[in-house]
Design a protein around this ligand. Structure first.
Ligand SMILES: *Cc1c(COP(=O)(O)O)cnc(C)c1O
Length: 369
């Protein structure tokens, strides 16, 4: 075992072949629409560089990040890619966007005006995306701003608008009527603006049917194995495995308690394993007395509170040869995916992934070269 792996409290294995397989599955489902990749927040916590390189190798050409800084990091990795900045045109960074070929998602009339100026300064109609708010009320042009633009199309002069886009609020819930109402609002707004390609679907949106696909889809979560549609089977390949190391075994007697606050009292003698993962690694404190580890297919429950660097599992039911110091417990693994961990923690898989700690030893499968 290389030393870094020996020093770490847990091994985080990220399967890039599974990321690639997930991108191909989405691409095939999209048919004629292009499949981009959303790699904000360090590729959902899994590592911008390895993920971006693998997807580019797979044939992905369009990438979305949230911030200009993320876009510059990505530009250094992928000189040829189309890189979009979801959070828009950062004040004072207009020339950087132009110099590095970053494509802002224009969210306000002010951003449109500033990009027009940047295009004039560059002497070229530089590409950008126009974001129309259809119900998120977060980023994008409000209805009155769409009106203003529709009545004054010169506002877009000198800009190469490559897509109009919008973002869905409830796409993970197939039956939610908001999906169709947002789509109708999107179509209505688009019909009033100069004709242009369109982008609408995030990961769950891709699974709502071809009328949601338009010309370019923007999946993030599904690339990393998260379930796209709640309450339906998950068609995505699992990408993440997290194996926490057992530091110590501890026999406890009836009447004893474990951890801060003494929140769990044992009714009978049990065997505990203390594992080197805690809330300082993004293993949420809400998992205290609720979370699960797995040893093979045997569930070993979290007992007591989560500490900063430690968690205790009740491993009484696991085979003795598997419960020794240095052995590992699957915190995320074949029998317990990120979504399952998130459900126990009272959150969503997105938050589990983006919280994955910096102390884990990371192993990338399928990175190539
Ligand atoms: C994050 C994000 C996406 C990707 O969403 P997933 O649910 O992770 O597929 C797409 N579009 C926008 C605007 C986003 O902010």
């Amino acid at each position: 075992m290389p030393n870094a792996a020996a020093h770490a409290g847990a091994i985080l294995t990220i399967d890039l072949d599974a990321v690639a397989a997930n991108w191909r599955l989405l691409r095939d489902r999209l048919g004629r629409a292009e499949c981009a990749a959303v790699l904000k927040a360090d590729a959902y916590g899994l590592g911008l560089a390895p993920v971006a390189r693998r997807l580019a190798r797979e044939g992905c050409r369009s990438f979305f990040v949230a911030q200009a800084g993320e876009a510059l990091s990505l530009r250094a990795l992928l000189p040829e890619a189309d890189i979009y900045v979801l959070n828009g045109l950062a004040h004072g960074a207009e020339a950087d966007y132009a110099a590095h070929g970053l494509r802002p998602v224009l969210n306000t009339l002010d951003e449109i005006a500033r990009w027009r100026v940047a295009c004039r300064a560059a002497g070229a109609a530089l590409p950008a995306v126009l974001n129309i708010d259809t119900g998120m009320a977060r980023l994008g042009l409000a209805p009155d701003e769409v009106d203003a633009l529709a009545n004054e199309p010169a506002g877009l002069e000198g800009i190469r608008v490559v897509y109009t886009m919008s973002h869905m609020a409830c796409a993970y819930a197939r039956a939610n009527p908001m999906n169709e109402s947002q789509r109708r609002l999107f179509d209505a707004a688009r019909s009033r603006l100069p004709p242009c390609s369109a982008s609408f679907a995030n990961s769950p949106g891709i699974f709502l049917g071809p009328e949601y696909h338009y010309d370019l889809a923007r999946p993030g979560a599904a690339l990393f194995g998260l379930q796209p549609q709640s309450g339906e089977p998950n068609p995505m390949a699992q990408v993440v495995r997290l194996q926490g190391k057992i530091l110590q075994l501890r026999r406890v007697d009836r009447g004893m308690t474990v951890g801060y606050g003494a929140t769990h009292r044992f009714a009978e003698p049990r065997l505990l394993a203390t594992v080197a993962v805690g809330y300082g690694d993004g293993y949420f404190r809400t998992l205290g007395n609720r979370g699960s580890g797995f040893i093979g297919d045997i569930r070993v429950p979290v007992v007591g509170r989560i500490s900063m660097d430690l968690v205790t599992f009740d491993v009484t039911d696991a085979p003795g040869r598997e419960t020794v110091p240095g052995a590992t417990i699957d915190i995320v693994g074949p029998g317990h995916d990120v979504d399952a961990l998130a459900a126990e923690a009272g959150t969503i898989g997105y938050e589990v992934l983006t919280a994955l700690g910096s102390r884990y030893h990371r192993v990338y499968l399928g990175a190539g070269r």
